[in-house]
Design a protein around this ligand. Structure first.
Ligand SMILES: O=C(O)C(=O)C[C@]1(C(=O)O)C=C[C@@H](O)C=C1
Length: 362
């Protein structure tokens, strides 16, 4: 028997070649079917969006349930996000706005959520992301809303309060920060730049290792990387993707104070999202400034057996110690228990705004 490595590998690789050809045929059948879906949508729903977040989420969850392995559940999600991305792109291109420039964590979140077959629209600020979607220059926007170390991203909360856009998805990303420079060392570096959130997430490490470096805010980590690529006295804190995007060398990786550091991103758009089977509803409330008001506000949530996964407050800027409360409830706003809860909350609240229902991302 021929026992060389090559002779054993060859038939297995021939198997893989045949399987790949089958997959390719199936992918093309899927792509043609998606094009047919696109034509039906165009015929019935002249201006309706091609993107159906509820269908994408339920289809991926269903495949994960069917999966017998050894292909992993995470693998199913990332592979099908890309398959759907290409199919969706054949129906109609999806433009996604996010805080740039190239290499930002927002870009990574956008690519993980919508796949690589999108048109990217990197913006200079969160405000610009909202403006781009509101003006129809982008179909959706992807913005960070909370970080596990630093808490809420306040600008996003304020924009959600005033924007007509709705939430259509969420995604949580592991955030591993690196410190990077042109040379790969900190020789000659006098200051470190990053988004204030990232500087805060790495403050312990910076104080311990480089207390003398001045810490300067940039509009985004990727922007700090871009600046560091032009100035050898600047180090940037950003993700490894940004180092590659801007030709920088990583001096130290994983410098965030919490190794489990995560950021949750929200997708915003002009469309409503139907139930996917596992959804969240986000809303903003204000209650009168009197004793017991917050306790009473939460009553209908418990009475209807609805779970609250998040409660955040923001000053209402009235100078009266009044607050907006940002709530995430489990369930779609069309589910009876959530519907009853929202109706009761609306009756009690001085301000009430549903931001939208969207598929839960685990
Ligand atoms: O089912 C649809 O509505 C489609 O357009 C197909 C498809 C897919 O590729 O599965 C593509 C885009 C939508 O966001 C959802 C699903």
């Amino acid at each position: 028997m021929d026992n060389t490595l090559q002779s054993q590998l060859q038939p297995l690789r021939e198997d893989i070649d045949r399987i790949d050809q089958d997959i390719l045929d199936l992918l093309n059948r899927r792509a043609q079917t998606a094009q047919a879906v696109g034509q039906v949508k165009a015929a019935f729903d002249t201006d309706g969006p091609v993107l159906k977040p509820e269908r994408e989420a339920s289809l991926i969850r269903h495949l994960q349930q069917l999966n017998a392995g050894p292909f992993t559940e995470a693998g199913i999600e990332s592979v099908w996000r890309e398959i759907i991305s290409v199919c969706r792109g054949l129906e109609s291109p999806l433009t996604v706005a996010y805080l740039g420039p190239q290499g930002s964590f927002s870009e990574q979140a956008a690519l993980e959520q919508f796949g690589h077959a999108i048109t990217k629209l990197p913006c200079a600020s969160f405000d610009e992301v909202f403006r781009a979607v509101e003006a129809g220059q982008a179909n959706v926007g992807m913005v960070p809303v909370e970080n596990s170390t630093e808490g809420a991203v306040n600008r996003t909360l304020d924009l959600l309060l005033n924007s007509p856009l709705k939430l259509l998805g969420e995604r949580s990303l592991s955030i591993h920060h690196c410190i990077m420079t042109r040379s790969g060392t900190l020789d000659g570096v006098t200051r470190v730049m990053a988004h204030p959130q990232a500087l805060a997430q790495c403050q312990g490490w910076l104080t311990q290792h480089y207390p003398a470096l001045s810490r300067d805010a940039a509009s985004s980590n990727a922007e700090a990387a871009r600046l560091a690529s032009e100035d050898p006295t600047v180090a940037a804190i950003a993700g490894a993707v940004a180092a590659e995007a801007w030709g920088l060398k990583v001096v130290a990786a994983g410098i965030q104070d919490d190794p489990q550091n995560r950021t949750r991103f929200l997708a915003v758009g002009a469309q409503d999202t139907l139930p996917s089977g596992q959804d969240k509803t986000s809303l903003i409330l204000a209650v009168p400034n009197r004793a017991g008001a917050v306790y009473e506000m939460l009553g209908p949530i418990a009475e209807n057996g609805v779970s609250m996964s998040r409660l955040e407050s923001r000053p209402a800027r009235t100078g009266q110690w009044e607050y907006y409360f940002y709530l995430d409830l489990l369930g779609h706003h069309t589910e009876p228990a959530v519907q009853a809860t929202l109706a009761a909350l609306k009756k009690r609240a001085a301000f009430f705004k549903v931001l939208g229902s969207y598929p839960v991302h685990i």
